[in-house]
Structures are given as structure tokens and as C-alpha cells.
Write a new protein. Structure first.
Length: 72
């Protein structure tokens, strides 16, 4: 997504680059919350089929069910 923003901006279409960025900004902000940022990132990677399991090692705390449901 960030590469699309960069490439579009570099190609001279600043307005489209801003629309792409604005579209994904809520996910960027959601995914970068302290404490739950890594669990969210791993869950998204798992849902996309990039990693086999979204499990975490300590000291990370898993996300709660509400956050899990929101990511789906």
C-alpha cells in the first residue's frame, strides 16, 4: 500500500496518492497501537496466508476477542 502511494506520487498524481493513503490510514493507525501492534500485524499476515500461525511469544499479550473480530 505504501509503495502504491509512493509510486503514484512519484508518477505525478499527488491527488490519487493522497486518496490511496487516506483510504488505508485508519488501518495504519489501528495497526500501530502500542501493545497490540504486533498481534494485529501477525493476525493480518496470517489472514493473508503469509504466515502459518499468528501466535506470539512472551512478553506480548494477545489481542482481545473484540479487537480480533474487528480485524476480521
Amino acid at each position: 500500500m505504501l509503495l502504491a502511494v509512493y509510486d503514484t506520487f512519484k508518477a505525478g498524481d499527488e491527488a490519487r496518492a493522497m486518496r490511496i493513503f487516506d483510504h488505508f490510514l485508519p488501518l495504519i493507525r489501528f495497526e500501530n497501537q502500542p501493545v497490540i501492534n504486533l498481534p494485529i500485524c501477525k493476525l493480518l499476515l496470517h489472514l493473508r496466508g503469509v504466515i502459518a500461525h499468528p501466535g506470539l511469544r512472551q512478553p506480548f499479550t494477545p489481542i482481545d476477542q473484540g479487537t480480533h473480530d474487528e480485524v476480521h
